[in-house]
Design a protein around this ligand. Structure first.
Ligand SMILES: Nc1ncnc2c1ncn2[C@@H]1O[C@H](COP(=O)(O)OP(=O)(O)O)[C@@H](O)[C@H]1O
Ligand SMILES: [Mg+2]
Length: 341
């Protein structure tokens, strides 16, 4: 499956493989990209990621979604070179990182990328301040500067006043806020999050998703977000890649996956998602109508569920505008029929 990279692409995986075990590269070359899992197993090898082609554009939230064991962590670990890819190419911020020296690699990882883990991975003997300032300490930044920067991030994630707490004095949600603050102190250009909210209770998880979107609105990072929860994926993603047995089997904007699932595996995830939560007004609106009511215009970028009540209660045609308040279309009650029935 191809993915078309543009100049705004910050990360590009091209035919990327990770095969665990001795002789992985040789096996890929001999068996080819479509060889069954069993052919690798016979050689004592495990396929973690298979011939993956994905890219991440600047400022977007790219979500990798799939069941447990489908290869999500393997892929994100290859992207940050915590795992050595077995075959393929990886371009990060314009550099082919498959060819970088150890030192160049550490440099790019320390200064331009950062990662948040599911299990928080905080240092238990350091306070919130100590944890959040830690990546700057590793960079050799002086104490005063790093504490000023760390404090900004602690405030950003809503932990003001808890600077001197230790991790075991915090709830799970608060610990993950520390993890998020810590991952942002170095102002990374690409931000990786591997199931950051999966260990949290559903209610806290939902809060954290909103919090994450709020932070992203302010910082506009390029993001790779991993989850096994399709609803979470739909809520957060600009684009989603779905993985199964190490392969990316479909990628696109959430509405594309929901409307046209590539196979039964994808369909199984999408069927629990109400269409109006995914489709945007722009997908169902009609052409600009001079007679449309425009006193409370509807935004084309809103998901349909947020405007249903307003549209249903109106007798006439309502104007639809873009984010700059230019009228771009119109909507009437009947336009909702295919989406909410
Ligand atoms: N270090 C490793 N050595 C061998 N096999 C591994 C290793 N890490 C992951 N795997 C295997 O790779 C596959 C994908 O795992 P993983 O990427 O952790 O999946 P996910 O993150 O989607 O749950 C699984 O079959 C897993 O057992
Ligand atoms: Mg994982």
């Amino acid at each position: 499956m191809s993915s078309s990279a543009t100049p705004e692409t910050v990360l590009n995986c091209i035919d990327l493989w990770k095969v665990f075990g001795e002789g992985g590269a040789k096996a890929i070359a001999e068996l080819g990209p479509d060889a069954p899992e069993g052919a690798f197993k016979e050689r004592g090898l495990i396929v973690g990621a298979r011939n993956v082609n994905v890219h991440v554009n600047r400022g977007e939230i790219f979500v990798v979604m799939g069941l447990s064991g489908s290869g999500k962590s393997t892929l994100v670990r290859c992207m940050t070179r915590l795992h050595e890819p077995t075959a393929g190419q990886l371009i990060v911020l314009g550099q082919d990182v498959t060819n970088l020296s150890r030192k160049e690699l550490v440099d790019i990882r320390r200064n331009r990328l950062s990662m948040v883990f599911q299990d928080f991975a905080l240092l238990p003997h350091l306070t919130v301040m100590g944890n959040v300032a830690f990546p700057l300490k590793v960079q050799g930044v002086d104490r005063k500067t790093r504490e000023v920067k760390a404090k900004e991030m602690i405030d950003l994630v809503g932990l003001t006043g808890r600077e001197n707490y230790f991790p075991d004095e915090l709830s799970g949600g608060q610990q993950q806020r520390v993890g998020i603050a810590r991952s942002l102190t170095t102002q990374p250009e690409v931000w990786f999050l591997d199931e950051p909210f999966s260990a949290l209770d559903p209610l806290i998880r939902h809060d954290m998703q909103l919090e994450f979107l709020r932070i992203q609105k302010m910082l506009n990072k390029s993001i790779v977000f991993i989850t096994h929860d399709f609803e979470e994926a739909v809520r957060l993603a600009d684009r989603i890649a779905i993985m199964k047995n190490g392969s990316v089997i479909q990628q696109g904007p959430p509405e594309e996956l929901v409307l046209n699932p590539a196979d039964d595996y994808v369909k199984e995830f999408t069927k629990s998602i109400p269409k109006q939560k995914v489709l945007r007004v722009s997908a169902i609106m009609g052409p600009v109508d001079k007679g449309a009511l425009s006193d409370v215009p509807i935004k084309a970028s809103e998901t349909v569920d947020t405007v249903v009540a307003q549209v249903l209660m109106s007798d006439g045609v309502l104007a639809v505008t873009d984010d700059d308040n230019t009228v771009v279309g119109s909507i009437h009650r009947r336009d909702l029929v295919p989406v909410i029935t």
